[in-house]
Design a protein around this ligand. Structure first.
Ligand SMILES: CC(C)(COP(=O)(O)OP(=O)(O)OC[C@H]1O[C@@H](n2cnc3c(N)ncnc32)[C@H](O)[C@@H]1OP(=O)(O)O)[C@@H](O)C(=O)NCCC(=O)NCCS
Length: 188
C-alpha cells in the first residue's frame, strides 16, 4: 500500500476530487465543513497530488505547489522559489502504522523531481516533530503572513508566529533567506 500515485492536478477526475475530499474531511475534522463534495483543497489549489490508496479509498495524501514567497523586504527579483506542501495526512484508521513515514519520503521525492531549492510548510506544535523526523528544519522566530483558508476569512491576512518549517532540497539550509515570510496569497 505504500505505493504512491503522483498526479498533476489537471489529470484528476471529479471522482478523484470526491475521493480525496472524503479522506481529508476525516483527517482534518476541524476543517471538515470545508472539505465537502469536490472541494478537495481549502487554500491554494495544489499543482500535484501525492496519494496512496487501499480498499477503503484514499489512505494518504499531500498536495504540492511551486511558487515564490517574499522573504524580509526582498524585491520581486529576490523572492524565493519554494515547493509549498500542505494537506499532509494519513487516514485516521491508518495513522501510526508507518504510512506517514512513507508519505514524507514520497513528498521529498516529488520536491527532488521538481528541483526546487526548498520545501516550505506550516504546521501545529503537535505535528512539527513528524516533519523534523523527516528532515524538515523549524524556523524559530519567523513570522509568516498568508491569506486565510476558504472556510475562514480568505480576504484577511493571518500572521503565524510559530510552526514554519523548511526542507533543503536543491539548496543547502544556510541559503534559506533570513526574514519573515509573506505568501501574498493562500497556502496549500
Ligand atoms: C502527521 C501524520 C501524517 C503522521 O502520519 P502517521 O502515519 O501517523 O506517521 P507514522 O506512523 O508513519 O510515523 C512516521 C514517523 O514519524 C513519527 N511521528 C508521527 N507523528 C508524529 C508526531 N505527531 N510528532 C512526532 N513524531 C511523529 C513517528 O514516530 C515515526 O517515527 P519513526 O520512523 O522514528 O518510528 C498523521 O498523524 C496525520 O495525518 N495527522 C492528521 C493530519 C495532520 O495533522 N497533518 C499535518 C498537517 S500539516
Amino acid at each position: 500500500m505504500s505505493t504512491f500515485d503522483i498526479r498533476r492536478e489537471g489529470n484528476l477526475t471529479v471522482q478523484d476530487h470526491e475521493d480525496i475530499t472524503r479522506m481529508l474531511a476525516l483527517s482534518f475534522p476541524s476543517y471538515a465543513t470545508g472539505f465537502h463534495g469536490t472541494a478537495s483543497w481549502s487554500g491554494m489549489q495544489p499543482e500535484t497530488r501525492i496519494t496512496a490508496s487501499d480498499g477503503a479509498g484514499i489512505a494518504a495524501h499531500a498536495g504540492v505547489k511551486r511558487l515564490f514567497v517574499q522573504t524580509g523586504d526582498s524585491s520581486f527579483a529576490n523572492d524565493q522559489l519554494v515547493g509549498a506542501v500542505g494537506m499532509v495526512s494519513v487516514r485516521p484508521d491508518l495513522q501510526g502504522t508507518g504510512l506517514g513515514g512513507a508519505l514524507a519520503a514520497a513528498i521529498r521525492g516529488v520536491l527532488d523531481d521538481m528541483a526546487v531549492p526548498f520545501g516550505l510548510l506550516e504546521t501545529g506544535a503537535e505535528t512539527s516533530g513528524y516533519y523534523e523526523r523527516h528532515g524538515w528544519h523549524p524556523l524559530p522566530g519567523t513570522v509568516g503572513s498568508y491569506n486565510g483558508f476558504a472556510i475562514e476569512e480568505p480576504a484577511r491576512v493571518v500572521r503565524g508566529h510559530t510552526g514554519w518549517l523548511v526542507l533543503p532540497v536543491a539548496s543547502p539550509l544556510e541559503d534559506w533567506p533570513q526574514g519573515d515570510i509573506r505568501w501574498n496569497g493562500q497556502m496549500v
